[in-house]
Design a protein around this ligand. Sequence first.
Ligand code: ADP
Length: 381
Amino acid sequence: MTSLELRQIHKSYGAYHALRGIDLAVEQGEFIVMVGPSGCGKSTLLKAIAGLESISSGQILIKGRDVSGQEPGDRGIAMVFQSYALYPHMTVAENMGFGLRMAKRPKAEIDAAVARAAKILRITDQLDKRPKQLSGGQRQRVAIGRAITRSPDVFLFDEPLSNLDAALRTQMRVELSGLHAELGATMVYVTHDQIEAMTMASRIVVLNRGAIEQVGSPLELYRNPDNLFVAGFLGAPRMNFFDVTVEAVSGGEARVAAPGLAPLAVRLAEGAAVAPGDRLTLGVRPENIALLSSPGEDAAIDGRVRLVEHLGRETILYVDAAPLQCVGSESGTGSLTVQIGQVTPVEAGGRVFLSIDPRDAYLFAGDGRQTVTARKPILSP
Ligand code: ADP
């Protein structure tokens, strides 16, 4: 059943067009994560769903009801904010039961709902405390508990983990995923953090400049980005991009090359309009570039290491391979990024030979709007 449907949502602030025709259908029980860079319209869209922001045109349906003109309290949603928004003078239990008290529900029902939410969130022993006596993580649990007690049709989360430190964020990600599984509720979650999107979402919605770039499961988007924006946004370190020229097209493959990059034959999407001489963008994720122990036929790139980051379980190399330049590179220097899944003795200044498996490479049309690469299996070959 469709739990939430957005139809052609537009929002303008004066002359500024913040949302540009958003269409999305969310099924009951999905965990949708809307992700995109700052200013792309995520919060505006979430607030529009909540009814905290009006829309310029379009329709919002919750469980088939058009709620576009309804007050927030009548929409069947509950929202959790980054700032917790707890009442300092109320206890945890009072904060959690607030929505039901406002709705004039009987005391016994409120107490039962608060007790159940507290049990789910393991904060039963905190119910008599006030917000200032709690840690950040506990406060956010109370804010989530306040949403749970209202048994909404749709939970809305606006960057709820941004105020927490890294370790707590990781813990809360796991807890939120568990909560979603336990409640089986529909959740829409907004974040700029692609790791939260990758780890929690049933489906990710990538937003850019007020429009949807792509919708799909985390691994589908990671393996089969529709365009340059999605390819560059999901994945850290970021995908490397190079300007390349098509040398030949045959057997469904395009052979591309660039100064400093040995020719690479990449499988094309069926019907892709690619011809010799075309300028394309080649994309390769840092983990799909291999370090060769010696120069050989496999070497696509001959470079010099600018910087090494030893992270323990992996090593990140920033490699200069002039004349080959990485466009919009991670380090901002034109260096390409290589991620090795182990410790390597390579040092800054050392010469390296790198290979690229063309099955893990992407090609994007000149304007970056769409990929011309054949679909890839989710699991690497
Ligand atoms: P995000 O949550 O993705 O960072 P927002 O949804 O907050 O982005 O904002 C989207 C765009 O709309 C931004 O460019 C922002 O400056 C603009 N915007 C948001 N709220 C208002 C407002 N009340 N008046 C004018 N412009 C706004």
